[in-house]
Structure formats: structure tokens, C-alpha cells
Design a protein around this ligand. Structure first.
Ligand code: NAD
Length: 479
């Protein structure tokens, strides 16, 4: 893949660059940099060969072949430059086959995944990554519980990574992932995290305008994702097959250990881009939430761990508030938008959905056409933030630019967990308390086998433990 003369040049250039390298800012930019000085990088003896040139074929493996994994692999294969998908991994054969068929149908020329490199099982990630060379790419699109396990191995193998949000659900995983993020920077690995708002050209333009003072100093941020029950967040009783662990994985939005629940999985995008607009992370949160309609229309009880309503008030160090409202209840007003308010005006950040355009700025606090200052437009060919995030990652990989979104991804995932835990416990909490919370939701996740017991067990009625605000305060659900 990399001829040795290329490596020497890249390495020399790289060493020269590191002396002025203040890698990535935590929340400010589309590309994260983490302070990665000579010393940190020198700690790794001999820099890894992680910089494929423009004409080198980059090999990719997909770990977690569901909806997003298939989409991420497709985005990868559509980046400029030669790419090959060479292995696929899942714990369900039907999921892997469906993903394989779809990718094969649309990208046959970039697929090289013979039967012997389609791995089923919890240990498949190792077999797939073992096939790669340093500088190739591993995609992690399983539920979040497995992120730190897969990331640990990728760093060991000196692989570049794209991993989906959220990255953690609990404090122990957050602390572990922050350490891994540092290691990945020290090894000069390029890491993309699926917080695609940061790669929306609309939001990048809005961010710049807000930094330039177009709407004054930010004093309030608001995100709303309110619709009916969605994805696998609402589950009726385990039907007895597949095994309970595999069933929980299949319905991962229902279980806090697997996904952080609907709060983390659904609301992280608004939390992410609103923190980005503010260039800061909130320091505390207090929150409300409840389980109002936890049954199907025919009266069958839902047994999952989610509230169906959340309202979280975050506070930044300067007193600015950020509200995140989430609701999964049919028949209520649907709102799926985000806003930023400043001392001189306001902005629509996400016009619909997680980060859909156009973004707009207005004089004053009313989003009325007569007050509109600006409306975003994306440059031709850059309208899709999912494709942009891959084009940006590959540009960094092929041109050896600093690019590591892991730390920011963990921080935003921790902010998201903070709001969820504040709602679930009914306690005002700080970011530091969330980060240092000792409750680990899926201990031993690195040793799971198909027959392992699930991290949460149902009671005699088939119901899983649910949050009890004001009663259970030091963890999110009773042990
Ligand atoms: N950025 C976005 O807009 C966006 C959109 C959708 C999903 N996502 C994220 O992507 C991830 C996956 O979501 P999805 O909707 O594709 O879910 P999914 O259930 O469709 O896909 C997940 C796949 O991972 C497999 N899997 C689970 N554990 C595994 C393991 N240990 N090893 C190998 N395979 C395993 C599952 O069987 C499944 O096929 C989640 O973290 C989700 O939050 C992000």
C-alpha cells in the first residue's frame, strides 16, 4: 500500500509539522484537534505507517452491518480515491447478508468480501481487523456498548477509524474512551465520529456567522425532537428468541447499557451542534421526564427502560441555558428543530430533523421572514453531511492532516448522558459527576459470547428496571 520512500517523506514532513501542531479544538471546529505535541507523538516508537497516498487502495472493514453501517460503508466507498470493503462483521447473519447484498448491488467494483471474510459473532471484530494493514479503516456501527472494545483493538493495530455516535453511555466507558482518544492522537490515527452536523456546510457557515457576532452573544439554545415512538425504543416483552442478550442488542434503543436509550441515541445531534454554536460544554443539568404512555395502543405494556418524555435544562459556565426537549408520544405536536438565541438576534440551527437545512439568522427573537438576515446554501456536491464527513476524513487520511474527533465525541456523549441521568435520577448533576459516576452498565462487554446473560434482567412480568427519580439517585435504575 505505502511504498517506503513515501513513508519517509510523510514522516519527515509530519515531524516538522508536529512542532507547530496544536491539533484539534474540543468543540469549536468541524475538525477536532487535540493538543498533540512532539512529546506525545514521540512516545510511540517509530510513527505508524498510517498515511495512504492518493493512489493507494485503502481497505475498509464494517463492524455492525445494520442501517447506518451499510450507509457509512456506502459513504466510504463513494469517497474519491481507491477503496475496497474487505470484511464484514455482525452478530446476526440476516443483518450481514442484507447489508452485503445492498452494497454488492450498488458498489460491486469496490467489494472484496468473500464468504470467509463475513464474520458472525462477538469476536468477529478481531478477525476483520487482523486482515487490515496500518492506515486502513475500521467502521464501528454496532450499538455503543462495544465502542471501547473495538476502538482498543483498532488502536493496537494502528488503524484509522470511523465510529458512530454516541460513543458511551456511562462514566467508566467515558473515562476509558477519553484515554483511548488520547492514545489514538498520540499514534496520529485519524478518527471520524458520526456527529455529522459538524460536517454540514450549512451549519459550518452558521457557526462562522455566530462567531462573527451576527446575532450577538448566545444566551439560550433550544433543541426539540418530538414525535411518536420510534426505532426500537419501545419494546414489548422478550418473545423467548433469539437469546435474551441478542434480543436486547436487536432492540438496543430500549436498553440503557446498549445505546444510552432514546435520550442518548436520538437527542445527541441537537446537543452536539448547539454546544458547537456556543463553543463550550455545559457544566450542569437538571431535568424532568416520565413514562406517560408506556403501552401499545391495544394496551400491551412496554417493558423497556426509556421515559417517553424528557425536558433537560443544561447550564454553561457563563450561565447560558440550553434546553433539550424529547418526546416519543403519538398525538402530540411534533417538533424536530433547533434554535440559538443571542443578544441581537436568533438563528434556526436545524430547520428539520437532526441537522437538515436551511439554517437561518434573524434580527430580534422572532423567526419571521421580514427579520431574516441570512439563509444557508451548500456548495454544489456538498449537501449531504454523511458524505461530507467521509470526504473530510479521507482527505485527512490521504494528506496526513490532523484529524481526530474521538475526544469531542466522548465529551458530547457525556453531556448527553448527563442530561439523561439528571432526568432519570431527578437530581441536578454536574458534567464531572457524570464523567466520574462509577455505575458501569455493561461490565464484561469485551467478553460477551452468544450465550452470555444480558446486562439487565427482566422481572417475573418481563419488565426491565426503570428509572425512579428521587428514589434511586446514584444510578439510573435499580440494581
Ligand atoms: N449519525 C446518525 O445520524 C446515525 C443514524 C443512525 C444510526 N446511528 C448510530 O449507528 C449505530 C447503529 O445504528 P443502526 O441504526 O445502524 O442500528 P442497527 O441495529 O440497524 O445496526 C447495528 C448492527 O450492529 C450489529 N451488532 C450489534 N452488536 C454487535 C457486535 N458486538 N459485533 C458485531 N455486530 C454487532 C447488529 O446486529 C446490527 O446489525 C448506533 O450507535 C446509532 O446511534 C447514527
Amino acid at each position: 500500500m505505502n511504498d517506503s520512500s513515501n513513508n519517509v517523506t510523510t514522516r519527515r514532513e509530519f515531524l516538522k509539522n508536529t512542532s507547530r501542531l496544536a491539533a484539534v479544538t474540543s468543540v469549536a471546529g468541524a475538525t477536532i484537534a487535540v493538543e498533540a505535541g512532539r512529546e506525545a507523538l514521540g512516545a510511540e516508537k517509530g510513527l505508524p505507517n498510517v498515511h495512504p497516498g492518493h493512489s493507494d487502495t485503502v481497505q475498509v472493514v464494517l463492524i455492525g452491518c445494520g442501517g447506518r453501517g451499510t450507509g457509512a460503508a456506502e459513504n466510504a466507498l463513494q469517497t474519491p480515491g481507491p477503496m475496497k470493503l474487505v470484511a464484514m462483521v455482525d452478530v446476526f447473519e440476516d443483518k450481514l447478508n442484507r447489508s452485503y447484498d445492498s452494497l454488492q448491488e450498488h458498489h460491486a467494483d469496490k467489494m472484496d468480501v468473500p464468504q470467509e471474510r463475513r464474520f458472525i459473532g462477538f469476536d468477529g471484530y478481531k478477525k476483520a481487523m487482523d486482515f487490515l494493514k496500518p492506515g486502513d479503516i475500521a467502521i464501528f456501527t454496532t450499538p455503543l456498548a462495544f465502542r471501547w472494545v473495538h476502538f482498543t483493538y483498532a488502536i493496537e493495530k494502528k488503524l484509522n477509524v470511523f465510529m458512530e455516535k454516541p460513543l458511551i453511555s456511562d462514566g467508566p466507558s467515558a473515562r476509558r474512551m477519553l484515554k483511548l482518544a488520547e492514545e489514538s492522537v498520540a499514534k496520529n490515527l485519524k478518527v471520524g465520529v458520526g456527529l455529522m452536523s459538524r460536517h454540514s456546510r450549512h451549519m459550518q457557515a452558521l457557526h462562522e456567522r455566530i462567531q462573527n457576532g451576527e446575532i450577538g452573544d448566545l444566551i439560550l439554545l433550544r433543541g426539540y425532537r418530538m414525535h411518536g415512538p420510534a426505532a426500537s425504543a419501545f419494546s414489548t416483552k422478550w418473545p423467548g428468541s433469539p437469546g435474551e442478550l441478542l434480543w436486547q442488542i436487536r432492540r438496543f434503543h430500549s436498553f440503557l447499557w446498549a445505546s444510552g436509550g432514546c435520550y442518548s441515541d436520538f437527542y445527541i445531534h441537537h446537543i452536539d451542534h448547539l454546544c458547537w454554536m456556543k463553543n463550550a460544554l455545559p457544566v450542569t443539568a437538571q431535568a424532568l421526564g416520565g413514562r406517560h404512555q408506556k403501552q401499545t395502543p391495544d394496551g400491551t405494556p412496554y417493558v423497556d427502560q426509556n421515559f417517553d418524555t424528557y425536558s433537560v435544562e443544561y447550564t454553561f459556565d457563563d450561565g447560558t441555558k440550553m434546553i433539550m426537549d424529547g418526546r416519543c408520544v403519538d398525538g402530540c405536536t411534533p417538533i424536530y428543530k433547533s434554535f440559538a438565541h443571542g443578544t441581537k438576534g436568533m438563528a434556526i440551527v436545524a430547520n428539520t430533523n437532526d441537522c437538515d437545512p436551511p439554517s437561518r439568522t434573524f434580527k430580534g427573537q422572532k423567526a419571521q421572514k421580514a427579520n431574516m438576515i441570512w439563509e444557508s446554501k451548500a456548495p454544489p456536491g456538498e449537501a449531504n453531511p454523511y458524505q461530507n464527513e467521509w470526504n473530510d476524513l479521507m482527505d485527512a487520511i490521504r494528506n496526513d492532516k490532523p484529524y481526530n474527533e474521538a475526544k469531542r465525541g466522548v465529551e458530547i456523549s457525556t453531556v448527553t448522558s448527563l442530561g439523561r441521568m439528571a432526568a432519570h435520577t431527578g437530581q441536578e448533576m454536574s458534567y464531572d459527576e457524570m464523567l466520574n459516576c462509577p455505575h458501569e452498565m455493561a461490565p464484561g462487554v469485551d467478553k460477551f459470547t452468544m450465550d452470555s446473560p444480558p446486562p439487565v434482567k427482566a422481572n417475573a412480568e418481563g419488565k426491565y428496571p426503570v428509572p425512579m427519580p428521587g428514589v434511586v439517585k446514584d444510578r439510573e435504575y435499580p440494581a
